[in-house]
Design a protein around this ligand. Structure first.
Ligand SMILES: [Mg+2]
Length: 200
């Protein structure tokens, strides 16, 4: 079947990178856990929200190459493809950050995909299998239009949105167990996700 995948915080894990950049910029003490949400919460708690916003442009742009795939992503994707599934990325990503330097966020993400999502020397996502959409509504429309039977996303608000297509099976990616019960189906890892689709 055709399987749709969210990108940020589903395929790519940013915890270490946000932690590193925040430390470099003196925005957090080093006892703040290596966790994107905890880094954000600390920066907000000291009234530095604009720095957090600017940091996102930097992380998703200039520093994107330092971001890591979630554990087991490439192996799980290879098994899914071997099992006959077709993988499509549908990501809510603007071309440029809303504020700050005009990093090309889509080019950075495309570069990351080409560098990291490779199996046996072959790109797992040839062009045409990656869609970047400027708004949440356009992302939902693309999920409906791409022919996906299932969609994996880390945000319950996408999977539970009124505009989420009814015919698409919604699966939450919840590695930290932050959203128990928020959706009908959830997985905690890429191994779990591959197993769910018959590719353990
Ligand atoms: Mg996401």
């Amino acid at each position: 079947m055709r399987v749709g995948l969210d990108f940020d915080n589903t395929i790519v894990r940013y915890d270490s990178l946000f932690h590193r950049v925040a430390l470099e910029q003196g925005l957090i003490p080093d006892h703040v856990p290596r966790d994107k949400a905890k880094v954000r919460d600390h920066i907000r708690s000291i009234g530095r929200e604009p720095d957090w916003t600017a940091m996102q442009g930097e992380v998703y742009g200039a520093r994107m190459g330092e971001a890591e795939p979630f554990p087991g992503v490439v192996d799980a994707m290879s098994r899914l493809v071997a099992r006959g599934h077709e993988l499509v990325i549908v990501s809510h990503k603007t071309q440029h950050p809303i504020i700050g330097p005009k990093h090309d966020l889509r080019a950075a993400a495309r570069g990351w995909i080409d560098d990291n999502l490779i199996a046996d020397g072959e790109a797992l996502f040839p062009s045409g299998m990656v869609h970047f959409e400027a708004t949440k509504e356009e992302k939902l429309a693309r999920i409906a239009a791409c022919g996906c039977e299932l969609f994996l996303d880390d945000l319950p608000e996408i999977l539970n949105a009124p505009g989420f297509p009814r015919q698409v099976r919604a699966v939450l990616f919840d590695p930290a167990g932050n959203h128990a019960g928020a959706t009908r189906e959830a997985v905690a890892s890429w191994d779990d996700f591959a197993a769910l689709l018959g590719a353990p």
